[in-house]
Write a protein that binds this ligand. Structure first.
Ligand SMILES: [Zn+2]
Length: 479
């Protein structure tokens, strides 16, 4: 490795030395974000936004496929409206940013910048739902929201972030429950099959559920450092919000009923999962299905006659097959190798005078670093296959890691020891008492991540109090 290349690689901290610093370095060096002028805000740069757009486009397709329509609601909420649902306002109050003035004039009523939009949709539904024929209402919006966070990190926790929020209204509790399940399934499919991140599906405890919800479903994933990340949530509201906002409809018998509602959201936080699940000491690793550029052509000895022409011809040939790009700049090949490894581009295609002579190219995988010589006439068959191999390898690696980092604890001693020495998910039984959940958090800083749909009996008694256990819970330190 040349001196220049070495220096380039040294720009990022090794993840073993300082994972948090590694994360910050990758975010910066892979050119994903920059910091905004107001503390905790971020500028998502072209490469970061291109990845988010691919995630967004795929999710948007699935949201529409499941019968939802996109809408755009205002970003402002009058204070009186926000206060209508008691639990909801208590849950969000500490993070709300307020507008108090219009120009120089003080407003008669403070206006909240939306931290989430439940109340706006509820207000709208109360005026627009009258009959059972008006149901279901299946709305979604792509929006930015503001939560005044004390400690912030790009993608993981920022004062302003981007997301989609689905808000639906249904005739029955059962219909709303089905919707809550369906959208959690959509999230799990997206995150597992496109982002190659395995997820645990389950229900949040009452302590961890969304403010104002009857229950919250979640997908939880495990980062490389053994901490969990909540990756998408789907909430069943029952008729709680409908009662607070008077959302009623006349059923088929002409009787007045409350509507039943859901909401669900997936945000730019998922970019954090992408970075922390797949990344390594050379930078980002982007799964092929969401990579803005799946293959990058790097011409070798491009000053030699014919090399650049051939490389551009190859780019044109492959363009309909995969998302391919070429770097024909006069930077050194070594610099280019490092740059596109840092950006996590799944495959590098090298082509030099000798390859041209032999009618071949060299394919280099970002995930394993493996090199492969492929004849030009085989490339169109091989490249898409290779991308799929990388996609499934990334998923498998992440799944192996999660399995390795999942332990069982049957008492608090074991719980603490495992968490300190190993981290990761801890499967432990719980009595259902919030006092135990709080005690575990206080003593270990681990929180309940979810009560998984796939239950196991790993003991008969609660890991904390020793009383009879009700459910198995996944616990972890979390972002
Ligand atoms: Zn207990």
């Amino acid at each position: 490795m040349g001196k220049k290349n070495k220096q380039f690689v040294e720009k990022i901290t090794a993840m073993e030395d300082d994972f948090a610093q590694w994360y910050t370095d990758v975010v910066k060096q892979a050119d994903l974000v920059d910091y905004g002028q107001v503390r905790g805000t971020m500028i998502i740069k072209p490469y970061g936004y291109a990845i988010w757009e691919n995630i967004k486009d795929e999710l948007d397709r699935k949201i529409k496929q499941t019968g939802h329509s996109n809408v755009a609601f205002p970003m402002f909420i009058p204070e009186s409206l926000l206060q209508k649902e008691k639990d909801h306002v208590v849950g969000f109050a500490p993070e709300v940013a307020w507008v108090t003035h219009g120009g120089d004039e003080e407003l008669a009523e403070r206006i909240a910048v939306r931290p989430t939009s439940e109340v706006l949709f509820c207000d709208y539904y109360s005026k627009n739902i009258h009959s059972y024929r008006d149901l279901p209402k299946l709305y979604n919006q792509w929006a930015n929201v503001v939560r005044w966070e004390k400690t912030t990190r790009p993608f993981l926790r920022s004062s302003e972030f981007h997301w989609q929020e689905g808000h639906t209204a249904h005739a029955t509790d059962e219909d709303a429950a089905k919707e809550t399940d369906r959208m959690l399934g959509v999230y799990a499919d997206l995150v597992e099959n496109y982002l190659a991140v395995p997820v645990l599906k389950g229900r949040k405890t009452d302590k961890e559920k969304f403010a104002g919800a009857k229950y919250t479903l979640t997908i939880e994933s495990l980062m490389h450092d053994g901490k969990a990340l909540q990756s998408g949530t789907s909430h069943h509201f029952g008729s709680g919000f409908a009662e607070a906002f008077d959302i009623t409809y006349l059923d088929e018998n002409g009787e007045s009923q409350f509507a039943h509602q859901t909401s669900w959201g997936l945000s730019t936080r998922i970019m954090g999962a992408l970075i922390m699940v797949h990344g390594d000491n050379r930078g980002l690793v982007v799964p092929p299905r969401i990579a803005p550029t799946q293959a990058m052509i790097v011409p070798i000895a491009q000053h030699k006659e014919g090399v650049l022409d051939k490389a551009y011809t190859l780019r044109d040939q492959l363009q309909d097959l995969v998302r391919v790009d070429i770097d024909g700049s006069d930077k050194m090949p070594g610099w280019k190798f490092n740059e596109y490894e840092m950006k996590g581009i799944p495959v590098r295609i090298e082509m030099g005078p000798k390859d041209i002579e032999k009618e071949q190219v060299v394919l280099v995988r970002r995930d394993t670093g493996e090199k492969e010589f492929v004849a030009l006439h085989d490339l169109e068959a091989r490249l898409p296959l290779l991308l799929e191999e990388i996609q499934s390898n990334l998923y498998q690696k992440a799944l192996d890691h999660r399995n390795e980092m999942t332990s069982v604890a049957t008492n608090m001693e074991e719980f603490k020891q495992t968490l300190d020495q190993k981290g990761g998910f801890i499967k432990a039984m719980w009595c259902g008492d919030v006092a135990c959940e709080e005690k575990i958090k206080e003593e270990t800083t681990a929180t309940s991540r979810c009560i998984p749909f796939e239950q196991e009996t790993v003991a008969d008694t609660c890991v904390c109090c020793g009383k009879e256990a009700k459910e198995m819970v996944y616990w972890a330190k979390a972002y």
